[in-house]
Design a protein around this ligand. Structure first.
Ligand code: KIV
Ligand code: ZN
Length: 515
């Protein structure tokens, strides 16, 4: 069987960002883009340039920075949106305009209020406009899996004539089932006379838990050669096709699929960690490939088997997907050069020397408390710097709290607001609650706490706790992260990190919710 190439199109920063609370700043997007480039993802959909100025700037920055992947921008099927996309992407080494319009009866009638003839015309004009500026144009008939096949064929044939180079069929609402979806793609390719002039792609949502299965069926039955997916399966509602699952399925079962990707799979876990830290979406422990337990053999029988021969219970290795990179890297005596070098090796570039100095100071503080520092500790450390301007509005100066069985917890915090120190005390239902109440007493942010989650960064009781706090205020949603060996301190740091993001106005409304 000859092996064919499968194109991996990552939409973590576009469709993934559509998850409530997952909006990312420009700097965060740049960090994710670099991680995806290191993973050798073929196409990175960086955002939706017409949705907001912030997203336009983020797409532009990514287009300028990324050299080894194609950078794509999503545009609705109108000249204005497409021109924004062109403006954001021009100058990239390799770029793609991705334009879409809904083709299902329901979406055309109720959402677009357009007739099928108008939709067909709009699709043609948009692809023509995009092709005049860019040789690489992708067209998606939104809600494709619920569209009428004859109409879909007419639209797709027409846009290929206009020069669309990739045709992407979305299962927008996660309605498809594998055999049927595979048959749909095959049927379209057979019926449309010029179908061989484009690469066929699929884009699945996971509402019924079948996004990966549907994508792989489209590949095997339908002949699709591009899969759109997101790291950790991040995305609207139940998420999108998970990148790591698709890539490792194709690689592990190459005997069956006869396909290969160009990805460096050892970068999967680092990218998963980064996306989780930036968005605050914790990966479930039993998640395939990137979950903390994905390679943990707990039962005696399994452990015995794996010790005798790994293949008894392991179909892929933890090293294959990058778990092994999380080794002990630094300790108390490590210097600034070693610290900076290791950050570089795991793909972290900070903006300036001041940021390195601050991160190094945090590292030294951590090394005083924890003998072994892992890559994940470093990621947690710099995550706290990201997304906040160098002038922090709020700074945690000191805190302590008291709690015990049968006692009402009490917290005392000292914060500095733009350098001016102030103190507050509060009681709460637990030490974290008391601490947040004391901070809020000073900050008076009146924000709503949407999420509080605690995660152990590494294994063992000396692990740092990494806390994510999601706050909402006036339509803006921000994620704060904080890490410390003391989880109440980590919680305070995360809360203050989120307050600083609210104060710095760097975080945006999720751009795609503004449309
Ligand atoms: O789910 C969807 O239909 C999309 C398209 C814009 C590709 O995200
Ligand atoms: Zn989608």
């Amino acid at each position: 069987m000859s092996t064919q190439n499968l194109i991996i199109f990552d939409t973590t920063m576009r469709d993934g960002e559509q998850s409530p609370g997952a909006s990312m700043t420009k700097d965060e997007k740049l960090r994710i883009a670099r991680a995806l480039e290191r993973m050798r993802v073929d196409v990175i959909e960086a955002g939706f340039p017409a949705s907001s100025n912030g997203d336009f700037e983020a797409v532009r920055a990514i287009a300028n920075a990324i050299k080894d992947s194609t950078v794509a921008g999503l545009c609705r099927a109108n000249d204005k949106d497409i021109q924004r996309g062109i403006d954001a992407l021009t100058g990239a080494k390799s770029w793609r305009i991705h334009t879409f319009i809904a083709t299902s009866p329901l979406h055309m009638e109720k959402k677009l209020r357009m007739s099928p003839a108008e939709v067909l015309e709009q699709a043609k004009l948009s692809v023509r406009y995009a092709r005049n500026a860019c040789p690489d144009v992708e067209f998606s008939p939104e809600d494709g899996s619920r569209s009428e096949i004859d109409f879909l064929c007419r639209v797709i044939e027409a846009v290929i004539k206009e020069g669309a180079t990739t045709i992407n069929i979305p299962d927008t609402v996660g309605y498809a089932v594998p055999q049927q979806f595979g048959d749909l793609i095959r049927g379209l390719r057979e019926k449309i006379p010029n179908s061989d002039k484009a690469v066929w792609s699929v884009h699945c949502h996971n509402d019924l838990g079948m996004a990966v299965a549907n994508s792989l069926a489209a590949v095997m039955i339908g002949g699709a050669r591009q899969i759109e997916c997101t790291v950790n399966g991040l995305g609207e509602r139940a998420g999108n096709t998970s990148l790591e699952e698709v890539v490792m399925a194709v690689r592990t079962r190459s005997d069956y699929f006869g396909l290969e990707t160009r990805l460096d799979t050892t970068q999967i876990v680092p990218a998963s960690r980064l996306v989780s830290q930036i968005t605050g979406f914790v990966v479930q422990p039993n998640k395939a490939v990137v979950g903390a337990n994905a390679f943990a053999h707990a039962s005696g029988i399994h452990q015995d088997g794996v010790l005798k021969a790994r293949a008894t219970y392991e179909i892929m290795t933890a090293e294959d997907v990058g778990w092994a990179t999380n080794k002990i890297v630094l300790g108390k005596l490590s210097g600034r050069t070693a610290f900076k070098q290791r950050l570089k090796e795991i793909g972290i570039e900070l903006d300036n020397e001041e940021a390195y100095n601050k991160a190094f100071q945090r590292f030294k503080d951590l090394a005083d408390k924890k003998t072994e520092i892992f890559d994940d500790d470093l990621l947690a450390l710099v995550a706290q710097e990201a997304g906040v301007s160098s002038e922090e509005h709020w700074r945690l100066v000191h805190m302590n709290q008291a709690s015990g069985m049968g006692e009402r917890p009490h917290a005392h915090v000292v914060l500095a607001e733009e350098g001016k120190e102030m103190t507050a005390d509060a009681q709460g239902d637990g030490p974290v609650d008391a601490t947040f109440k004391a901070i809020e007493h000073l900050a008076k942010s009146e924000s709503e706490l949407l999420l509080y989650s605690v995660n152990a960064v590494t294994q063992g009781t000396e692990s740092q706790g990494e806390v994510t706090v999601r706050l909402a205020k006036g339509g803006r949603i921000v994620n704060g992260v904080g890490a410390d060996t003391d989880i109440v301190v980590a919680s305070a740091k995360a809360y203050i990190n989120a307050l600083n993001k609210l104060a710095s106005k760097m975080e945006r409304l999720n751009p795609q919710h503004q449309l």
